[in-house]
Design a protein around this ligand. Structure first.
Ligand SMILES: Cc1ncc(COP(=O)(O)O)c(C=O)c1O
Length: 326
């Protein structure tokens, strides 16, 4: 018989899928690493399980304990699935700009969800960073995951996502393009690919309102770059330890409108029903067109599933209210 012992064993080994119409103007072969095939419908399942298993090995989490994390939804989903299988309680702290679907989904998989205001400074006691830390201090037998600075995050991608891409492209990958939030995906995959072939170029997708691009180009953490934005999952107002700027060749910024419009285009023109950061990554890849030649193999990673955005980027009333649709 061919079966898995639990749902966590289905994580990884996601397909690479060619992007056709939307990449028609790009001379290279453009392939999507399609992460929605993971059981929590996002790439984050990989690092969620790795972070918990490393914490178990290090004795940071004990049987019956409570896992606490500040999350934009997907990491929470991966952690919640692992918590169910492994017998932990799960508390997710989430910012109120995240879609309602993400909050409902976390509750559906047994998580307690604490919603915090988005438009406050990271060190404000109401922010989701501060609230998660405080809850972890107050809750006995709890462990604060901290995906931003937890090295197991990038390690998960170094050990699984990176090797899969290398193997699936038979070592022919020349460029890796991906949205950057905690930095775990770009840093882990990028490090692995560059170790196999130092000529592989690694591009990060950033948003307007985030500090990454300017910091990468100038070394300056410019607070003037920070303002609220709509795009979900990528960009930051902090510098997470998981962003290894040394392995990133460059960033391109994508507007909220373009990210939303390309989220719809991926669904309508490629049949790829994906999240908002996939739209940003697709548009960013098109912005980078001049860097690709006909012999290149460009891999873009798509983080999560469209079902989490049906009230937003897939809702034309919402799109019009934002000024994203004419
Ligand atoms: C939808 C989505 N896209 C992109 C990212 C960024 O990935 P990473 O945190 O590995 O940089 C995240 C992270 O939470 C996400 O949820």
């Amino acid at each position: 018989m061919d079966y898995k012992n639990n749902i966590l064993e289905t994580i990884g080994n996601t397909p690479l899928v060619k992007i056709n119409k939307l990449a028609a103007d790009i001379p290279a072969l453009v392939l999507a690493k399609y992460e929605t095939f993971n059981p929590g419908n996002s790439v984050k399942d990989r690092m969620a399980v790795k972070m918990i298993e490393d914490a178990e090995k290090e004795g940071k989490i004990k049987p019956g304990g409570t896992i606490i994390e500040g999350t934009s939804g997907n990491t929470g989903m991966g952690l919640a699935l692992a918590a169910i299988v492994k017998g932990y309680k799960m508390v997710c702290v989430i910012a109120d700009k995240q879609s309602k679907e993400k909050i409902d989904i976390l509750r559906a998989v047994g998580s307690e969800v604490v919603v915090c205001p988005t438009d406050v400074e990271p060190d404000d006691p109401r922010s989701y960073y501060s609230t998660s830390k405080r809850l972890a201090e107050e809750t006995p037998n709890s462990w604060y995951v901290n995906q931003y600075d937890n090295p197991s995050n990038a390690k998960a991608h170094y050990e699984s996502t990176g090797p899969e891409i290398w193997k699936q492209t038979e070592g022919k990958v020349t460029h890796f393009v991906v949205g950057v939030g905690t930095g775990g995906t770009i840093s882990g995959v990028g490090k692995y690919l560059k170790e196999q072939n130092p000529d592989v170029k690694v591009w990060g997708i950033d948003t307007y309102g985030s500090v990454f691009k300017k910091y990468h180009e100038t070394g300056i953490f410019d607070e003037k770059e920070i303002y609220p934005y709509v795009t979900e999952g990528i960009g930051e107002d902090i510098l997470p330890k998981n962003v290894d700027f040394s392995i990133i060749d460059g960033f391109t910024k994508v507007t909220d409108k373009d990210a939303a419009v390309y989220t719809q285009k991926l669904a309508k023109e490629e049949g790829m029903f994906l999240g908002n950061s996939a739209g940003a990554a697709m548009k960013g890849l098109l912005q980078l067109k001049k860097h690709f030649t006909k012999d290149d193999v460009v891999v873009v990673l798509f983080h999560d599933h469209g079902s989490r955005y049906v009230g937003k980027m897939f809702n034309d009333d919402w799109m019009k209210a934002q000024g994203f649709l004419d």
